[in-house]
Design a protein around this ligand. Structure first.
Ligand SMILES: Nc1nc2c(ncn2[C@@H]2O[C@H](COP(=O)(O)OP(=O)(O)OP(=O)(O)O)[C@@H](O)[C@H]2O)c(=O)[nH]1
Ligand SMILES: [Mg+2]
Length: 222
């Protein structure tokens, strides 16, 4: 799959910055959400993925994305879908009341959206993945949503150490999740891998046994 030609994007536009359940889009298009700590590179990933520098505001100061931002992506190769930029979590200096507000709404959205097809869970290559990430992945998988770990800012780590980064991720998530994707907005690394996951998530066909994907259909409990 050539990242320059897949998908053939016809249009991407900002739909809404939702702060409450009543503001969520109602079209039912599949949703691809980007989650992770503040400053991990969520907004950067989205604008690199769709190749539109001006699309999503990138933070100069962490904690900048405050709404659940919905973008409509139309392409020749995929059904219309929503890309969803979530507020970062774990940003300590945001006033507690605001954090709780966002938390409530964001949690309710993540818990209840029937259209949520895939969550890209971003982890900074230079940070240890923690309990928050593990809990988040369990929560999403528990409700049948695919989770893909994306290791961001991989340009900051020499290639000889990528194996160690992957081992640290595996130590936290074990085999519950498919292999992580290494990503860099700066160097445009990993876009193809992400599009491949999105394609599978919005067109769930038979599961490729080699892919390590654990979608809702193949997630039989013990
Ligand atoms: N070196 C490097 N820096 C990056 C990369 N992606 C993002 N950054 C930088 O990381 C900072 C945060 O990026 P954002 O995309 O705004 O992060 P975010 O997760 O959306 O942040 P919040 O909206 O605050 O939660 C910015 O200064 C970016 O320039 C990358 O691939 N490599
Ligand atoms: Mg952001």
């Amino acid at each position: 799959m050539d990242s320059a030609t897949f998908p053939h994007i016809q249009g991407v536009r900002f739909l809404v910055g939702a702060r409450s359940m009543t503001q969520l889009p109602t079209t039912g298009f599949p949703e691809i959400a980007v989650a992770g700590r503040s400053n991990v590179g969520k907004s950067s990933l989205l604008r690199t993925l769709v190749n539109q520098r001006s699309l999503v505001r990138v933070s100069r100061t962490p904690g900048r994305t405050r709404e659940v931002n919905f973008f409509l992506l139309e392409s020749k190769d995929l059904p219309p879908l929503h890309l969803v930029d979530l507020p970062g979590y774990g940003y300590a200096s945001v006033p507690r009341s605001l954090r709780e507000d966002w938390g409530d709404f964001v949690s309710r959205y993540l818990e209840t959206s029937a259209a949520l097809s895939l969550v890209l869970l971003l982890i900074d290559a230079r940070r240890e993945p923690g309990e928050l990430e593990a809990q988040f992945a369990d929560w999403m998988q528990g409700r049948g949503v695919r989770v893909q770990v994306v290791v961001t800012k991989i340009d900051q780590v020499p290639k000889t150490q990528w194996g160690q980064v992957e081992a640290r991720i595996r130590a936290v998530f074990g085999n519950r999740l498919p292999r992580c994707i290494f990503y860099s907005s700066l160097k445009s690394i990993g876009n193809e891998d992400i599009w491949r996951k999105i394609k599978v998530a919005v067109n769930p066909g038979p599961v490729d046994p080699g892919s390590g994907d654990r979608g809702p259909a193949d997630k039989a409990g013990p």
